[in-house]
Write a protein that binds this ligand. Structure first.
Ligand SMILES: NC(=O)c1ccc[n+]([C@@H]2O[C@H](COP(=O)([O-])OP(=O)(O)OC[C@H]3O[C@@H](n4cnc5c(N)ncnc54)[C@H](OP(=O)(O)O)[C@@H]3O)[C@@H](O)[C@H]2O)c1
Length: 335
């Protein structure tokens, strides 16, 4: 049986932020399935910052070829399968990409465990690799947050940042979040329960961080890089602070000219540690992470707000929205 697939592909590379004309949309036909493959109807795609880094030559993540479908992780339902372990109707997670139907080798797909009221969409949300698991790994495995710590989170109103705020509060920390604009700051305090929100676009960042953390910062979870990393270094607690470098979204559009931390000598002065991480390197702890997050979801302590963009034709707009800061919480695309 053949199926029509609508896909969003890369027309041309561009230095700096991509423009809508850098992408194309087309319908293709998927015919008979090769052996050990599955055809998946894409349900929800996770809009992640790493996608941007596949869109230029020499990219940080492997560059996607011109004409190829924009890469993205997502969940979907198997329509047809030639693989022993997968049947029509199964829910799966994998590199489904910006399209309505994905034909993939079965080995690229993970069958979802939907027991205990877990919904497929949770695997691109609180239980998602690039969302909840990233937050858990950075905050708990890397920064080893403890009850009573003062935690600063940059990009706090985004997907990873929101999860960090929720997890840090659940672990008994005091949380300061930074985000752009008064609406996002209200969201941080009212919806997520952050103790302090700093609007980095309209405030003296250095002064506000110093005022919010008079005893210093024990943990800094950095999604943004640039200025806020220097501000955090200058405000570290007198001893044993931990900085987890999750990402640096403020720097992704000009990777040849990344702004490095001027205040890095504070690490030596305050016996502090700064460590970067790739979430997949901590796969050995995913079972533990998922168990903690799922338990907090059942207790109602983790509810991750979503911003859903409908229609695969709007995928490129959603990608640009991510970098314009036009969303709050977890940005998802439903083809
Ligand atoms: N280490 C890993 O394994 C791993 C895995 C997944 C994700 N990550 C990283 O985690 C971070 C968050 O990713 P996400 O998917 O959750 O994105 P997100 O936080 O939902 O969205 C990005 C947010 O970053 C802020 N932003 C965008 N451009 C900015 C700029 N130039 N300066 C300052 N802030 C800017 C915007 O918020 P405002 O409106 O508040 O500015 C925007 O909403 C990214 O750095 C990503 O690369 C790392």
């Amino acid at each position: 049986m053949s199926h029509t697939n609508r896909r969003v592909f890369i027309r041309q590379y561009r230095d700096g932020m991509p423009l809508p004309e850098d992408f194309g949309i087309e319908d293709t036909v998927i015919g008979a399935l090769p052996a050990e493959h599955a055809l998946v109807k894409v349900d929800t795609l996770s809009m992640d910052a790493w996608i941007r880094t596949t869109l230029t030559p020499g990219a940080f993540h492997e560059t996607a070829g011109l004409g190829s479908t924009i890469r993205a992780l997502g969940v979907g339902q198997v329509v047809e399968s030639t693989a022993a372990g997968l049947s029509a109707g199964d829910w799966v997670y994998g590199p489904l990409s910006a399209q309505t139907h994905a034909l993939l080798p079965a080995g690229a797909l993970t069958k979802l465990d939907l027991s205990n009221s877990i919904q497929p969409r949770d695997y691109v949300g609180p239980l998602g690799l690039t969302t909840g698991l990233t937050a858990w790994v950075g905050l708990i495995a890397v920064a080893e947050v403890e009850a009573g710590d003062t935690v600063l989170v940059s990009g706090a109103a985004g997907a990873v940042g929101s999860m960090v705020v929720l997890l840090a509060k659940a672990r008994g920390a005091r949380v300061i979040g930074s985000a752009g604009g008064p609406d996002k700051c209200r969201y941080l305090v009212d919806k997520l329960g952050a103790d302090v929100a700093i609007d980095y676009k309209n405030a003296d960042l250095a002064a506000e961080v110093a005022a919010a953390a008079p005893g210093g910062i024990n943990v800094f979870f950095d999604n943004v890089g640039g200025e806020i990393l220097d501000v955090a270094l200058a405000n570290l607690a007198p001893a044993n602070a931990r900085i987890a470098i999750c990402g640096a979204i403020s720097q992704y559009s000009d990777l040849a000219n990344v702004r490095g931390p001027k205040n890095y000598l504070k690490l030596a002065e305050r016996n502090a540690a700064m460590k970067g991480f790739v979430v997949t390197h901590h796969a050995a702890r995913f079972v533990e992470a998922k168990a903690e997050i799922a338990a907090l979801m059942r207790e109602g302590k983790i509810v991750l707000p979503e911003h859903v963009v409908d229609g695969i034709d709007h995928f490129a707009e959603a990608l640009l929205l991510l970098f314009a800061g036009g969303h709050t919480g977890n940005l998802l695309v439903q083809p």
